[in-house]
Design a protein around this ligand. Structure first.
Ligand code: ADP
Length: 259
């Protein structure tokens, strides 16, 4: 009887210990998420205020009769650019929140990856050419059309993110959009001749809010969410994303999606 009592007491104490450990783990997690939320708010309020202030400022100037119609057109362009920027930030915030809440659904359907790449290239080559950069398909892309089953919009979103970054971080040269297939997966890549990313940061840049801070990179702007969203989307589609960036040679972002 005594032995039974002792073993019962021991199992109660083991249970208690386990509950305590679980509670501690939950607490640590809650504190971590609280800390992230604060840094999120600090980051975002800056990113949102900048374009919003420009919208308010330039729309106010537009009502001032001292400016001629040419200047008013310039103001309207500023307002448009800031509005577009703001929308992109809000879309990123909504996406990362949905991803974290596990609320993003994948909609698979058959589509042409060849057409997708051609469309994106047409859409963004103007932005690139404004910086004197050529945005082109990789010359060694397969000549035949590649059709496969996946969520086209999500793949487009990842490619657009990578291309946006490539344009942002490249001063001169070119950007190439590539596609390869094997029996098991389809692989995309975006190659640029930009500032590159040192090896020790290759993992870090995929974390949310991460931007490589230096006087040089400060000037590029952004919210540090693009690559975190891209990584989550690729993983949601069952794939992986990674980067290669040999010194002085720009960056190549790859991602593959299983077939
Ligand atoms: P954002 O571009 O808004 O800062 P991202 O998550 O898209 O956020 O990128 C995180 C960081 O990774 C960038 O701030 C930059 O330091 C680095 N980075 C991303 N793409 C490139 C690139 N093509 N070339 C050089 N650095 C890059």
């Amino acid at each position: 009887l005594m032995l039974e009592f002792i073993s019962h007491q021991i199992s109660i104490s083991i249970e208690r210990k386990k509950a305590e450990q679980e509670l501690n783990a939950a607490l640590t997690k809650a504190q971590e998420s609280d800390r992230l939320k604060s840094s999120f708010l600090a980051n975002m309020s800056h990113e949102i205020r900048t374009p919003l202030n420009s919208i308010i400022g330039f729309s106010e100037l537009m009502t001032d009769p001292a400016f001629d119609s040419g200047q008013q057109v310039d103001f309207a362009k500023m307002i448009n650019a800031s509005g577009t920027n703001l929308l992109a930030i809000i879309n990123d915030i909504v996406d990362i929140s949905k991803i974290e809440a596990g609320q993003i659904q994948v909609k698979k359907a058959s589509f042409s990856a060849t057409h997708l790449i051609a469309d994106i290239q047409k859409e963004y080559s103007f932005n690139a050419s404004m910086k004197g950069i050529e945005l082109r398909p990789d010359p060694s892309n397969p000549k035949h059309e590649i059709i496969f089953d996946c969520d086209e919009n999500r793949i487009r979103q990842v490619l657009v993110n990578l291309i946006g970054n490539a344009i942002k971080f490249t001063k001169s040269g070119f950007i190439e959009i590539g596609i390869r297939t094997t029996d098991n997966f389809i692989q995309f890549h975006v190659k640029d001749t930009g500032i590159g990313i040192p090896e020790e940061n290759h993992k870090l840049i995929f974390e949310r809010f991460r931007q490589l801070e230096s006087a040089e990179t400060k000037k590029y702007g952004g919210n540090g969410l693009g690559l975190a969203i891209s990584k989550s989307l690729v993983e949601l589609l069952g794939g992986t994303i990674w980067i290669e960036s040999p010194p002085e040679q720009g960056s190549v972002f790859y991602f593959n999606i299983p077939l």
